[in-house]
Design a protein around this ligand. Structure first.
Ligand SMILES: *Cc1c(COP(=O)(O)O)cnc(C)c1O
Length: 287
């Protein structure tokens, strides 16, 4: 496996960063998870744009232009002869000292591209639907660590994941501090209510898969809107599913022990999954 590390391709065993890298010491950095389908990197430009926006807020200078970063992703895929892959782009603050002051990271940011294969949940759950559970850890506050930043500091999500696992579930539903539904640990949430597709508004991470699904729904003349929702609205929904680059679209059939709809993946969910797979190998950057 060839890994892109600061402009060079190295073997997995040689892909090492300093213990003084602030990405390691403090989670000071940004990342993207991207997928390619049949030699097409789905929505690559949108992912790279979001990476640079996260970095901008962190005042983290990426030593590559967006075009160069796109090229690095494509070259990594080609070096590994992958036509379908999961791609992780990581930019960390780089090597500093033991203090957290980013100004001490005098060199350039560390840039890494890893291409591999992952399926987030067992394949059978994509057919049968998955059960999720609400966890006590609330999603980060916008005014603290804004969830819009796709940062390396992922403890908020990891705590939630641990709590879901402790309760025997594979995924956690997180509320915001006001008690409204936020999102899952790496996925956005959708419900279908009276035939209309609903998702919480933009206060959380604005998923690229989320945007793509909303666009597909509009094309199929399904009504879509962003709406604050509580757990009750999920419990009484006809359908529920999660979206994310790693997860793709996964049907949810049980939330906190309540069966959603008929307890099987619903017709709108199945329609959107089908539509999604027709665009994944078209919409993006080909290589
Ligand atoms: C990346 C991520 C998502 C999904 O976003 P996509 O752009 O669809 O991959 C959702 N929630 C969190 C917390 C994430 O980090």
């Amino acid at each position: 496996m060839k890994i892109y590390l600061n402009g060079k391709f190295v073997e997995k065993k040689d892909a090492k960063v300093s213990v003084f890298d602030h990405g390691f010491l403090y989670g000071d950095g940004v990342f993207e998870g991207i997928r390619s389908y049949k030699r097409n990197v789905f929505k690559l430009q949108e992912h790279i744009q979001r990476l640079y926006e996260s970095a901008h807020t962190l005042m983290l200078k990426i030593p590559l232009t967006q075009a160069q970063m796109i090229d690095a992703v494509v070259r990594t895929l080609k070096s590994n002869h992958l036509s379908d892959a999961y791609i992780r782009v990581i930019v960390s603050r780089g090597e500093g000292d033991l203090g957290l002051d980013p100004r001490k990271c005098q060199g350039t940011a560390t840039v890494i591209v890893i291409t591999d294969k992952i399926t987030l949940y067992p394949q059978e759950l994509y057919q049968k639907g998955m059960a999720i559970i609400t966890v006590p850890t609330v999603r980060n506050l916008n005014e603290a660590v804004n969830p819009q930043l796709k940062s390396l500091n992922y403890l908020n999500n990891i705590l939630a994941k641990i709590e879901a696992t402790n309760s025997g579930c594979m995924e956690a539903l997180m509320m915001d501090a006001q008690g409204f539904v936020a999102e899952c640990t790496g996925d956005n949430v959708f419900i279908v209510r009276r035939g209309e597709l609903l998702t919480p508004p933009n206060a959380r991470l604005r998923g690229i898969t989320r945007d793509a699904v909303m666009e597909l729904a509009k094309k199929q003349k399904i009504m879509v809107s962003e709406k604050l929702m509580t757990r009750h609205e999920i419990f009484v929904a006809e359908e529920c599913f999660l979206t994310g680059t790693a997860a793709e679209i996964i049907p949810i059939v049980k939330v906190d022990g309540r069966v959603i709809g008929d307890g099987v993946p619903g017709p709108i969910t199945l329609k959107l999954i089908k539509a999604f797979h027709t665009i994944t190998s078209k919409d993006g950057v080909k290589y």
